[in-house]
Write a new protein. Structure first.
Length: 339
C-alpha cells in the first residue's frame, strides 16, 4: 500500500496519506514530546529553568542584607540604609502590611528588566528611587565613607563632614557613588516629576559629595557627632539642596516607588518639611522585621507548591526517557511515492 497518493477533489489535487503513514507520524511526534518532557524534567530538578533563574534574581533583591551592628553614632565604613519615615504613602493593601510597609520609604536602586538581562549586580547609570520596603536589602544598602578617610580608618562622622554613599553590591567589585547632577548638565536625568534624579556614578566628583546637617537650624554650626537611627538632613554639597522624597507614587516590579530628588522644602521658621527628613539607619525596627519574616515564609511556601505542581505535571526524568528511547523502533518513516 503506498504511503501517500494524490486524489482529485473539487477540481483540485489533494495529497492523502495512508493509515500506516499517519501512525508513523504520530509515533514520531509522541517520541519527540517524550524526549522534550524528559529534558525539561532534568532541568527543572536542577532549578535551571528560565522561570527559576528569574525567581532567584528577583528574590535576591528582597533578601536581608548585612548592615553594621546597631550603634548610636556613625563611622566611616558603616553599612547603612537611608529611610524617610514621614513621607505619606498610598493606602497600604493587605499584602503590603504583611511586608512591613506601614509608613515611610527607603532610598533604593532601580532594577529594570533590561538590567537583569545583563547582570543582577549594580552597574553605573542605574537610577535611585524611594520604595516602601523598610528592610535593608541589596538594592538599598550603602557604605557611608568620610571624604579623605580610608574605610579601614573607621573614624567618627560629624555634622558638616563631606561624605559619600557607595552601593554595597557592585559589578566587578568596583566602588561607585551616589550622584546627583543638576538638570542644566547634559548628564542630568529628569524623572516623572520633571525633577533631577539620583543615579549611580563610577566617578567621585563634587556631585557625589554629601553632608549630614542637624535638623535643628539653631544647632547646625556646632560640630556634634552625627547620630545613627535619628532624624537628620542630608544635604548635597554642590547645590546646598537637601535630599527630598516626592509623593508621585507608582507600582513597579518591587513594591511602590516614588521619585527622590534634591530640593529644599522648609516652613516659614526654616524647619524642614517631612519630605526632607531622613534617618541613616543601621538597625531594623522590630515590627517591620517580624512582618518581613512572615512574608518571606509565605513566599517560600508558595514557591515550593509551584515547583511541586510542575514536577507532578512533568514526572519523567532523563533516565526514564533514555530507557524508553532504547526500546523505541526506527524513528524514520519512509514514504513511498504513488508512482
Amino acid at each position: 500500500m503506498p504511503g501517500k497518493f494524490i486524489c482529485k477533489q473539487d477540481d483540485s489535487l489533494v495529497v492523502r496519506y495512508s493509515h500506516f503513514t499517519r501512525v508513523g507520524n504520530w509515533l514520531e511526534d509522541s517520541l519527540a514530546s517524550e524526549e522534550f518532557i524528559g529534558n525539561y524534567s532534568s532541568v527543572l530538578n536542577e532549578n535551571k529553568t528560565l522561570y527559576q533563574e528569574h525567581i532567584k534574581k528577583l528574590n535576591k533583591e528582597i533578601q536581608l542584607a548585612t548592615t553594621t551592628p546597631s550603634q548610636t553614632k556613625l563611622f566611616s565604613g558603616d553599612r547603612i540604609f537611608l529611610v524617610n519615615p514621614y513621607t505619606e504613602t498610598p493606602d497600604a493593601e493587605e499584602n503590603d502590611q504583611e511586608q512591613g510597609n506601614v509608613a515611610g520609604l527607603t532610598l533604593s536602586i532601580i532594577f529594570t528588566p533590561a538590567d537583569y538581562e545583563f547582570t543582577d549586580k549594580v552597574i553605573p547609570g542605574m537610577l535611585v528611587n524611594g520604595v516602601t520596603h523598610l528592610i535593608p536589602t541589596i538594592r538599598n544598602t550603602f557604605v557611608i565613607e568620610k571624604v579623605g578617610e580610608k574605610e579601614e580608618a573607621h573614624t567618627a562622622i560629624n555634622y558638616g563632614d563631606h561624605i559619600s554613599f557607595s552601593p554595597q553590591d557592585t559589578h566587578f567589585d568596583s566602588k561607585w557613588y551616589l550622584e546627583c547632577r543638576p538638570p542644566n548638565h547634559f548628564s542630568g536625568t529628569l524623572g516623572r516629576s520633571q525633577k533631577v534624579q539620583l543615579r549611580i556614578s563610577p566617578f567621585f566628583n563634587l556631585y557625589s559629595r554629601w553632608k549630614i546637617v542637624n535638623i535643628d537650624p539653631h544647632l547646625r554650626t556646632l560640630p556634634f557627632k552625627a547620630p545613627a537611627n535619628a532624624d537628620v538632613i542630608i544635604q548635597h554639597v554642590a547645590t546646598n539642596h537637601s535630599l527630598c522624597a516626592l509623593g508621585n507614587w507608582t507600582v513597579q516590579t518591587f513594591y511602590k516607588e516614588c521619585d527622590v530628588t534634591i530640593e529644599q522644602k522648609e516652613d516659614i521658621y526654616r524647619r524642614p518639611l517631612p519630605s526632607n527628613v531622613w534617618r541613616i539607619c543601621n538597625a531594623i525596627q522590630p515590627g517591620h522585621w517580624h512582618k518581613f519574616v512572615k512574608h518571606q515564609e509565605r513566599n517560600r511556601q508558595i514557591e515550593q507548591m509551584e515547583l511541586l505542581r510542575e514536577k507532578q505535571q512533568y514526572p519523567l526524568t532523563q533516565q526514564q526517557t533514555s530507557s524508553a528511547s532504547s526500546d523505541r523502533p526506527c524513528k524514520f518513516i519512509i514514504h513511498k511515492d504513488a508512482n
